[in-house]
Write a protein that binds this ligand. Structure first.
Ligand SMILES: Nc1nc2c(ncn2[C@@H]2O[C@H](COP(=O)(O)OP(=O)(O)OP(=O)(O)O)[C@@H](O)[C@H]2O)c(=O)[nH]1
Ligand SMILES: [Mg+2]
Length: 1127
């Protein structure tokens, strides 16, 4: 970057009103990076000839090779419009679903966004997703409909057809905005309503449920995209042109003499112009008339393309002169029509001008941040803004003001950490030498030369020099000293470089105050709580920060280096005024992925980023050479920091596991690990596919659709399932699946039953796992008597709402009173399984505030209750089929008999007393006093003493099984497992939804691939006006590896799917199924496992985990014959 323009940028950064922080969002391949290229070339950073080819923002090698963006990166651009100069901080984001977390990190630090839509493909799944993300973050969007050239060249639309097509796209995207808006208004209205219910004085009278009220009084016209609002552009980024209707309104108002205002309103829409009368009329008055947009705009563009593609030199020249353009001789002669089009159009309708003008005009500056957004950013979880401490609430004003005075608190949000090669940092780059330094070096070189000459002249002068002639020694000593210095520094530098080759830069934005290099700042983690800080350090504001006591999730650090982000380059900055996007160096030890930085500790951490994709694809990795394990571990840590969405786990088995959002993401993570972070060879396991285990209601029909119960059982071909589940002795099983088990020391007996939960309930549980976790925390702290956490009103409401939802679903005799008896959720206390306590002796529930109706000896049960819950947690964590977590199962503890334990407890106590006495007596004996009293005592003791020895045996019996709570845990776990095994067990598979866009001729092949991989098509529709079909399907994650590649190959790259994790689905087949009836036997044969998808998956998981797999390895082994003997 030229030094001059860096100064310019620094100057522009200070004018907050003229800063625009924007990101480019779209579905994959809709042309974001190409558009960014065009904007960058307008600043002279890349040549305009390379714009669209270079994809400057895709700086990674794999981004260039694959042609997709994988990370979001920022660049600052300068734009002059009239007298105003603007600074535009542009962030290019990836469109591929696997990298949607990178979109979240970009959206958070922007105030506006450009939504790019491909004119041919229209609104796609990711378009919807990014629009939703923009909404969630309250940032304002503008629309760019890109690739208009494809309508001309590929689809060969007439201008009229193109117009209707574009109208269609606009309608679709507005419909989407409409749904987002409606849902938001309704949500807000509902919120207001609950508030007024809580606080009835504010609003009195009847509540009439009219859902439309909120909508009518809210003005939403500014929300929608419409060319006459100036928030829509039509572009072709590859050909370098783009326009909004304002541009043409300006031109034609001069040409035709109609007011610009009128044209602005009518250029888009069904209006036509009566040229003679110079009047604009509605189209339906006169049929067959072309709308203005077609007549005045599209037809001109179409005729230009037509002329260039047909190489009609004369016409081209005519157009060029009529537009008053000058085309370079090289372009004019170029044989490729694309080059000519680009040369003409980028002068006629320069895309960068259109886009940047719209951005400056329509998108807000950092000063326009809304109060709503600020409050939303500052309130995590279920907090409301009013519930924050007053010191914290005061920060809102600073936010809104975005002030740059020294007194303004500095608030910075770090949305991600990204790794750069340490060599690329400005401070490590070779810089041009100053005049003085050059002079110094010259001097030194001259001296060295002189020295060499002296040495070549032989020993005599050397002796002379030894004699001590000052002239000679000086130059000799100096270089030597220099060399020594260099030598002593080299190893240091090298070692620093080796350990520090990747340097982490925080991708951040200053929301308030001026960030200065060297400034000390609090680093607040996502879980930091200013309330806690204020409790611990009431005088926190006056105490010097270095002396503060440690507060969790808070650190104190320095802003070491500040950078201007310029795509592939970084530029050093001394200070960054508020409202700017920046890079911060030196935070890598303090910030893992994201953080809030503030000069005051009363700042709350910003709400966590909204991530749309769930990481689902896991692989285990290990180094090729076991000795390189430390490098791998270190590399994985770095990778974890450098990627917003990857998860790094070390499983109980000791495996190092990488969890990623999808196949492409996985590949990128592995490449990064191998080439940047660990720099070792690694071996990667097959993807580990997660499953869930569940139970269902007994099926009514068998595998050949015969009603069960009617058919003849085949004699004993196979053992039936009941035999297989191998329930050992000592476990009682009722006919309806109630399992009764006693602990090994025979002191407690548990009766447990497993029941499948309705699907809706499981879904509710899954959606509310965060809430469940906080319920569990609340209840346990209440139970332990720590009443410190006051339940917030809003949380309480949420809990009741959640409970109400469950009540709606769990109806009927079977579920009576179940909700109030819920004792725990599992696994990990927040999963989609329930433990219900129906035992009469002890009642306990998970709902906070509901006092457990204690029977008289409840305390005795309470302590042991934790063991029962732990047993349940363990059972739900890994099921009996293949040790995968359970889902949608309700365990009911019907009875819990502790009478033996109780007896033992009391007798133990008595024994304890008596034995004490005995011991005392014996001691008395030893001391020699043989009074009558003692005699009596000894006599009295004889009987219980015998009993005690008997008891002692019992205790030693129980002791040999370990402590009692341990036994309860194990027994509960086993009882749950058996309870599952007597029910029909099923596997659940993770499912992707998959959107595929394909042309009619490859549709068949897409279907073939889908059905081969157990996919199911949900929907197929034709995209209006094109020959594209949109197919929506679901596909098991287990079958998805290589799916995208296969589809791409089979359709010669015409269709490419997007896979997003959607839900868990029960696999209908029974993994333990074997033919038992005549028909089944005939139909499937004896082995019948080829059909059994569930068994295939189950065995694969068992094999991976090293569990026993019931499989015959040699199936038809015949006796071998030695051929030679038979000859
Ligand atoms: N015909 C035509 N092709 C375009 C246009 N803009 C971009 N493309 C092409 O579309 C492809 C994708 O462009 P990119 O700019 O990489 O798309 P992207 O939106 O950045 O893609 P991701 O970052 O992977 O989401 C490239 O082959 C471009 O050449 C356009 O206006 N017209
Ligand atoms: Mg891109």
């Amino acid at each position: 970057m030229v030094l001059n323009s860096l100064d310019k940028m620094i100057q522009l950064q200070k004018n907050t009103a003229n800063i625009r922080n924007i990101c480019v969002l779209a579905h994959v391949d809709h042309g974001k990076t190409t558009l960014a290229d065009c904007l960058i070339s307008s600043n002279g950073i890349i040549s305009s000839r390379l714009a669209g080819k270079l994809r400057y923002m895709d700086s990674r090698e794999d981004e260039q090779i694959r042609g997709i963006t994988m990370k979001s990166s920022a660049i600052s651009l300068h734009y002059t419009k009239g007298n105003e100069e603007y600074l535009i901080n542009l962030i290019d984001s990836p469109g591929h679903v696997d990298f949607s977390s990178e979109v979240s990190t970009a959206v958070r630090i922007c105030d506006g966004c450009i939504i790019v839509v491909d004119a041919v493909e229209g609104v796609c799944p990711q378009t919807q997703a990014v629009l939703r993300q923009a909404w969630l973050e309250n940032i304002r969007p503008v629309l760019v409909i890109n690739k208009i050239d494809r309508l001309i060249v590929e689809l060969k639309f007439t201008p009229q057809e193109a117009y209707s097509h574009l109208k269609n796209i606009l309608e679709q995207i507005n419909a989407l905005t409409g749904t987002l808006f409606t849902s938001k208004v309704l949500e807000e209205r509902a919120e207001r309503e609950t508030e007024s219910q809580v606080n009835p004085s504010s609003e009195q009278g009847e509540h009439v449920y009219d859902w439309s009220t909120g909508l009518e009084d809210t003005d939403d016209s500014h929300l929608y995209f419409s060319p006459d609002q100036g928030n829509v552009l039509f572009t072709s980024a590859i050909d370098g042109w783009g326009f909004g209707i304002e541009h043409f309104a300006e031109i034609y108002s001069q040409k035709i003499g109609i007011k610009k205002q009128v044209l602005l309103k009518t250029l888009w829409g069904d209006y036509y112009i009566n040229m003679k009368a110079k009047k604009i009329m509605k189209v339906d008055q006169a049929k067959g008339k072309k709308p203005l947009f077609v007549q005045l705009i599209l037809e001109n563009i179409w005729s230009l393309y037509d002329a260039v593609l047909k190489k009609d030199k004369e016409k081209i020249d005519k157009i060029v002169t009529s537009l008053g353009l000058k085309i370079g001789a090289r372009e004019a002669r170029h044989s490729d029509p694309k080059v000519q089009i680009n040369a003409i159009c980028s002068q006629w309708l320069p895309i960068s001008h259109a886009v940047l003008a719209m951005v400056c005009q329509k998108l807000p500056s950092p000063l326009d941040i809304t109060a709503e957004r600020v409050e939303k950013l500052m309130c995590t979880g279920s907090q409301t803004f009013d519930s924050l401490p007053p010191e914290t609430q005061a920060l809102k004003a600073a936010f809104m003001k975005c002030g740059n005075e020294d007194t303004a608190p500095v608030i910075i949000f770090v949305s991600k950490m990204f790794a750069v090669d340490a060599k690329a940092l400005p401070q490590n780059k070779p810089r041009p030498l100053t005049q003085e330094e050059i002079a110094q070096r010259r001097e030194r070189a001259r001296q060295r030369h002189a020295e060499k000459l002296a040495a070549a002249q032989g020993p005599a002068p050397l002796e002379l020099s030894q004699d001590g002639s000052g002239l000679e020694t000086n130059p000799k000593e100096e270089p030597r000293g220099d060399e020594q210095q260099v030598e002593s520094m080299t190893p240091k530098l090298v070692s620093q470089e080796e350990s520090n080759q990747e340097s982490f830069i925080a991708f951040a934005r200053v929301f308030s105050g001026v960030a200065r290099r060297g400034k000390k700042i609090f680093v607040l983690g996502p879980k930091y709580s200013p309330v806690e800080f204020l409790q611990r350090v009431p005088l926190g504001f006056s105490a010097p920060p270095d002396d503060l006591p440690p507060v969790p999730h808070m650190a104190y650090s320095t802003l070491e280096n500040l950078y201007l982000l310029m795509g592939r380059e970084l530029e050093d900055l001394e200070e960054v005024p508020p409202g700017n996007v920046l890079g911060i160096g030196g935070l890598q030890d303090f910030v893992l992925k994201s953080a809030t930085l503030c000069s005051l500790p009363s700042c709350p951490p910003f709400i966590p980023l909204n991530f749309e994709a769930t990481p689902i694809v896991r692989v285990a990795v290990e180094p090729k050479h076991p000795s390189e394990m430390p490098q791998l571990v270190k590399g994985m840590k770095l990778l974890n920091q450098a990627d917003p969405c990857v998860q790094i786990l070390i499983q109980e088995t000791g495996e190092h596991v990488l969890v990623t959002a999808g196949e492409v993401h996985l590949q990128r993570c592995l490449d990064d690990l191998k080439e940047r972070f660990a720099k070792i060879q690694i071996s990667v396991s097959e993807p580990i596919i997660p499953f869930r285990e569940t139970i269902t209601k007994p099926p009514k029909v068998d595998m050949v659709n015969e009603e069960i119960g009617k058919q003849q059982k085949v004699a004993v071909i196979h053992q039936t399932k009941e035999d297989q589940s191998k329930i050992p002795e000592g476990v009682q099983v009722d006919s309806d699946g109630l399992i009764t088990m006693t602990t090994p020391n025979k002191l407690a007996t548990l009766s447990v039953r497993a029941m499948p939960l309705p699907e809706e309930v499981t879904q509710i549980l899954e959606e509310n796992s965060d809430l469940i976790r906080s319920i569990e925390q609340l209840t346990s702290s209440l139970n332990e008597g720590r009443n410190t956490q006051i339940i917030h009103q809003k949380t309480q409401e949420k809990i009741w709402e959640f409970k109400g939802k469950l009540e709606q679903q769990l109806t009927g005799r079977k579920w009576r009173n179940t909700i109030d008896q819920i004792w725990s959720f599992g696994p990990r206390k927040c999963g989609p399984n329930i433990l219900v306590n129906k035992s009469v002796d002890f009642q306990n529930s998970v709902w906070p505030g509901s006092v457990s109706k204690a029977s008289k000896d409840a305390t005795k049960y309470r302590d042991l209750g934790n063991s029962i819950v732990s047993g349940f947690q363990l059972a739900t964590l890994s099921g009996p089929m293949c040790e995968e977590p359970l889902m949608g199962v309700c365990f009911v503890l019907e009875k819990w008999d502790l009478s033996r334990f109780e007896e033992k407890g009391t007798s133990d106590k008595q024994n304890q007393k008596q034995s004490d006495l005995v011991q005392e007596g014996q001691r008395g004996d030893e001391t020699g006093s043989r009074g009558d009293e003692n005699q009596e005592l000894q006599d009295g003791c004889t009987e219980p003493f015998e009993k005690r020895t008997a008891q002692k045996e019992d205790i030693s019996l129980s002791d040999c099984y370990g402590p009692f709570s341990g036994q309860l845990i194990a027994t509960m776990k086993e009882a749950c497992r058996y309870a599952l095994q007597v029910k029909p067990q099923r596997l659940m598979a993770a499912m992707y939804t998959c959107d595929i866009m394909a042309t009619g001729d490859v549709l068949g092949r897409v279907y073939a691939v889908l059905s081969k991989r157990e996919g199911r098509v949900l929907q197929e529709e034709m995209k209006e006006g094109t020959d594209m079909f949109i197919i929506k399907a679901v596909l098991p994650v287990a079958e998805s590896f290589g799916f995208a590649d296969e589809i791409r190959k089979r359709t010669s790259g015409l269709a490419s799917p997007q896979l997003v994790f959607s839900h868990w689905e029960v696999i209908p087949s029974d993994p333990f199924w074997v033919p038992t009836t005549e028909e089944e036997y005939l139909h499937f044969g004896e082995k019948a496992d080829s059909e059994n998808q569930a068994r295939k998956y189950m065995n694969a998981v068992r094999k991976r985990k090293g569990l026993y797999v019931e499989e015959k390895i040699v199936e038809h082994a015949e006796k071998q014959r030695t051929l030679s003997r038979n000859k």
